[in-house]
Design a protein. Structure first.
Ligand code: HEC
Length: 197
């Protein structure tokens, strides 16, 4: 609530394309097609996952939802990666599944998102992209989009997780650190990568 006036401003700044000076130089020139494709991929991934999660929770509660996240999230990401010919995944500063741990570039972007959030930008619209070149000279387009914590996330990522959910999570993820989030927190980010010719 403290950030309410800034949030509105942040939405305008990020959402608008006509502004001469965006808050950070996040769109490399000539990459608008990749950015557009990335936004669409994130939208598709997010909707597919949320729909599956919501259905499972409606039918069997959060414990049932865990199965979706555990069994299906990875599969949806893999299917989408094949379909779109780009790596699609999720990461966070506090991961549940160690396989989702950020690499160096992702870690820096996640920290940048937290800093931008602190400065008043709204989590919903935080995104960042760049072209990175590895040791072999291979160029890769990389894109990340922030994932905010919503109310439906709290039963599994919040501060007071129901005991049956907690027990199941601990059994599946003994190294779980993805708890204690509050609504509006940066839960993590979608992360995409596409090798460039
Ligand atoms: C029913 C329990 C449940 C709910 C509700 C839930 N999650 Fe998760 N979440 C999980 C599980 C389990 C994983 C681990 C998935 C895996 O093994 O890759 C996970 C992983 C994640 C990850 C990947 C990074 C990591 O920590 O491994 C993100 C990001 C994430 N959740 C965000 C959300 C958001 C945002 C919401 C609300 C829209 C949400 N989750 C709701 C159970 C849940």
């Amino acid at each position: 609530m403290r950030y309410a006036p800034f949030l509105a401003l942040g939405a305008i700044l990020i959402g608008g394309t006509t502004l001469a000076q965006p808050p950070v130089p996040e769109v490399p020139p000539g990459l608008s097609a990749e950015i557009k494709a990335s936004r669409a991929a994130v939208q598709q991934f997010s909707t597919t996952l949320k729909d599956a999660l919501q259905t499972a929770i409606k039918n069997g509660g959060p414990v049932e939802g865990i199965a979706v996240c555990h069994d299906k999230a990875g599969q949806i990401a893999t299917d989408l990666s094949t379909q779109l010919n780009m790596m699609v995944g999720r990461t966070s500063l506090k991961v549940r599944n160690p396989e989702n741990a950020p690499d160096t570039w992702e870690l820096a972007v996640l920290k940048q998102f937290e800093a931008r959030k602190t400065q008043g930008e709204t989590v919903d619209t935080l995104e960042f992209s760049a072209v990175v070149t590895d040791d072999q000279g291979q160029k890769t387009f990389r894109y990340m989009k922030a994932i905010p914590t919503g109310t439906m996330c709290l039963s599994c990522h919040g501060t007071s997780i129901p005991p049956d959910v907690e027990a199941k999570l601990t059994a599946l993820y003994p190294k779980d650190t993805a708890r204690g989030f509050k609504e509006g927190d940066l839960r993590g980010a979608f992360t995409l990568a596409k090798p460039l010719p």
